[in-house]
Ligand binder design. Structure first.
Ligand SMILES: C[C@@]1(CC(=O)O)c2cc3[nH]c(cc4nc(cc5[nH]c(cc(n2)[C@H]1CCC(=O)O)[C@@](C)(CC(=O)O)[C@@H]5CCC(=O)O)C(CC(=O)O)=C4CCC(=O)O)c(CCC(=O)O)c3CC(=O)O
Ligand SMILES: NC(=O)C1=CN([C@@H]2O[C@H](COP(=O)(O)OP(=O)(O)OC[C@H]3O[C@@H](n4cnc5c(N)ncnc54)[C@H](O)[C@@H]3O)[C@@H](O)[C@H]2O)C=CC1
Length: 213
């Protein structure tokens, strides 16, 4: 399996199953996509800004739901294995990406796995065991939280400096060396604890020192 980063703005994610797992997936995708959750009952949980449709589709009903919602991604998170299998099969036939929440290990063509993620501003680190062991993904995600803290501010500042240097009379080699020096500086990461303005001040000094060399 190969990780990709997908922009879900203006896209529909169709979730079957309103239990704890359906809620977790809905919450995550509703940060960006239009999420529709179809289920006969809904857990007392946070579904984010999702829409609810109270229904209990059978396997034979699934193609009509796919036609109506025209989703970019379908999530099969019901507690009915036969229904989840039918959702997976019909999504594949319709050429729609599908995530089966009730399966580990080998997966069908077009299937996606939801990784554990740590985000800080524009930076996201995702962990997957390719569906082998979600508890291991969760553990590694927790370990990575302290590493990723502050990375958002560093990435934002380095992105800005990169644009500014592209407009200055600096050779591409010197620019690349100066830009690479910023995230390699431990002083920059120390400043990330204090905020973006502090990162910016330290990063400017690192860039100017690199350009003088
Ligand atoms: C294959 C996958 C399909 C998919 O959903 O995409 C899948 C499948 C299954 N999960 C199960 C159980 C648990 N899942 C979690 C947690 C998470 N599960 C997530 C993803 C995935 N889970 C995909 C693989 C990801 C990868 O590649 O590693 C995370 C990372 C992302 C998210 O869902 O948001 C999120 C952690 C988020 C975080 O904390 O950062 C915990 C821990 C907990 O809840 O504390 C447990 C209990 C402990 C355990 O059993 O391991 C079961 C058994 C159900 C049963 O018991 O019957 C199945 C089905 C099966 O194994 O057959
Ligand atoms: N991917 C993951 O991280 C995890 C996956 N699982 C698996 O995911 C599945 C769901 O887990 P939970 O949410 O904890 O179960 P749950 O039992 O709380 O929720 C199942 C939901 O499916 C709904 N449902 C039943 N028939 C339906 C139908 N015909 N159409 C639409 N929805 C229907 C139920 O009303 C309920 O809301 C389980 O089978 C379990 O194996 C469990 C834990 C974690």
């Amino acid at each position: 399996m190969i990780p990709l980063v997908h922009d879900f703005h203006d896209e529909v994610v169709l979730v079957f199953g309103g239990g704890a797992v359906g809620a977790r997936k809905a919450r995550r995708f509703a940060r960006e996509a239009r999420v529709v959750v179809v289920s006969p009952a809904f857990a007392d949980a946070d579904f984010g800004a999702s829409e609810f449709v109270r229904a209990a589709p059978t396997p034979a009903d699934v193609p009509a739901w796919l036609d109506t919602a025209a989703p970019a991604l379908v999530i099969a998170a019901t507690d009915d294995g036969a229904l989840n299998a039918a959702i997976e099969r019909h999504a594949r036939e319709a050429g729609v990406l599908v995530n089966r929440a009730d399966r580990s290990g080998d997966r069908e063509t077009g299937s996606v796995v939801v990784p554990a993620t740590v985000a800080d501003g524009p930076v996201t680190v995702a962990v997957t065991t390719s569906g082998t062991s979600p508890a291991v993904s969760r553990h590694l995600r927790r370990e990575l939280e302290s590493t990723v803290a502050g990375a958002g501010a560093v990435a934002t500042v380095v992105g800005d400096l990169r644009t500014e240097l592209q407009e200055r009379d600096v050779s591409p080699d010197a620019r690349r060396a100066a830009i690479r020096a910023v995230p390699e500086s431990s002083a920059v990461w120390a400043a990330a604890r204090d905020g973006e303005a502090e990162v910016r001040a330290v990063a400017e000094r690192v860039v100017e020192a690199a350009l003088e060399n």
